[in-house]
Design a protein around this ligand. Sequence first.
Ligand SMILES: Cc1cc2nc3c(=O)[nH]c(=O)nc-3n(C[C@H](O)[C@H](O)[C@H](O)COP(=O)(O)O)c2cc1C
Length: 181
Amino acid sequence: MRYLIAMTGSSGAVYGVRLLRALKGERMLIMSRTAKGVIEHELDLKPEQVAVFAETCYEDEDLFAPPSSGSFLYDAMVVIPCSESTLGKIANGIADTLITRAAAVCLKEGRRLVLVPRETPVSAVMLENELKLARLGVTIVPANPGFYSRPESVEDLVDFVVGKVLDQLGQGHDLFRRWGR
Ligand SMILES: Cc1cc2nc3c(=O)[nH]c(=O)nc-3n(C[C@H](O)[C@H](O)[C@H](O)COP(=O)(O)O)c2cc1C
């Protein structure tokens, strides 16, 4: 399986890094300019240190890169974390970066698209954008960990959210304890 993972400038860079590390298959990565800053701020990592978890890394400014085209095939795209700015662009057909263009391609090609927004509180604009995308078949996985799995650490909370993303991709995992198990 081939996956396109995009990290944007929302808080929660740790979710993107954890997904890259847990995901089985070929990983292609795009980090927005703000994502690179957030990665340094929140994780004390250079973007190059995150890029090593992917087989291929594209620049968000490079609209000539393969993910710009519908003829470039992969199984699913995940935007994690997804800023409300990027989510709003995707919901409104704005494709002026590689991330937003690739997401627009997913929509037009009917390809699996999973967004992991992290914002609180959320405005009506944000809710309307999310609703619009959900109705178009996009999967919205808010970065909201559950507590029924009895998390004991920050890592457990992160793993809960990332495990929910893996569930959406159909990948088995043991990142959190399932209800009833
Ligand atoms: C440290 C930091 C944290 C941020 N956290 C969030 C956030 O949690 N959610 C969000 O929607 N935007 C957040 N932003 C704002 C986005 O970075 C901003 O809207 C930016 O334009 C997003 O661009 P991008 O989607 O191309 O990465 C944050 C910005 C900074 C600098």
